[in-house]
Design a binder for this molecule. Structure first.
Ligand code: FNR
Length: 184
């Protein structure tokens, strides 16, 4: 049966390395899988007053509706100040409410964090992991994906991943994620 992976990218930057990693990984899933990148940049800051059905911004409805159609979620994110970018936390919060109607519950997840620096977004990866525990998402444990020095495995323009070892590693992450999804 076809499975759909929703991909959430924690950067809104046009030339984002996270977007490039996400685009690369889309091609690594088996043929029976579909992927779709889900927009989070248009979501106003979460406000609990919006939990009333008639108060929710249209983009909240669109986002929650799209999330409900996916079987699993791949998060690709940079680290901002040793945590996850606010845009991603905002999306997590919006998807978790109204109370009892979370779009996240029981959906398998995988996290790929990255950085042009040496720590591969470890802090962001684990802050995100902490939220996913509460959201009750079975999350890929191994292999862990902290991509450090991202510019070094891309072409000089920074538009494509060219390093064969990185591509191999991303394939291993994808394969392990697929196995996790098949278990659920
Ligand atoms: C950063 N960056 C960064 N990098 C890191 O490894 N650890 C960090 O804590 C931070 N903090 C941070 C805060 C803010 C506000 C910005 C804008 C940037 C650098 C960051 O990893 C780099 O800009 C990445 O290129 C961002 O990812 P995208 O946009 O390329 O996907």
């Amino acid at each position: 049966m076809t499975k759909t992976i929703g991909i959430l990218v924690g950067s809104l930057r046009k030339q984002s390395y996270s977007k490039i990693v996400a685009q690369t990984m889309e091609k690594l899933f088996p043929e029976s899988y579909q992927t779709k990148v889900i927009e989070i940049g248009d979501l106003p800051l979460y406000n609990q007053d919006f939990d009333d059905e008639d108060q929710a911004p249209a983009s909240y409805q669109r986002f929650r509706g799209e999330m409900k159609t996916v079987d699993a979620v791949l998060f690709v994110t940079p680290e901002y100040n040793r945590s996850i970018p606010a845009v991603l936390k905002n999306a997590l919060d919006i998807g978790s409410r109204p109370y009892g109607q979370s779009v996240w519950e029981h959906k398998p997840a995988a996290i790929v964090s990255l950085s042009p620096g040496t720590m591969g977004g470890f802090g962001a990866n684990h802050h995100l992991r902490q939220a996913l525990v509460f959201l009750d998402m079975p999350t890929l444990q191994q292999p862990e994906a902290y991509l450090s020095n991202v510019t070094q495995f891309m072409n000089p323009a920074g538009t494509e991943i060219t390093n064969p070892k990185t591509l191999q590693f991303l394939q291993a992450i994808t394969d392990a994620f697929v196995k996790l999804i098949e278990r659920y």
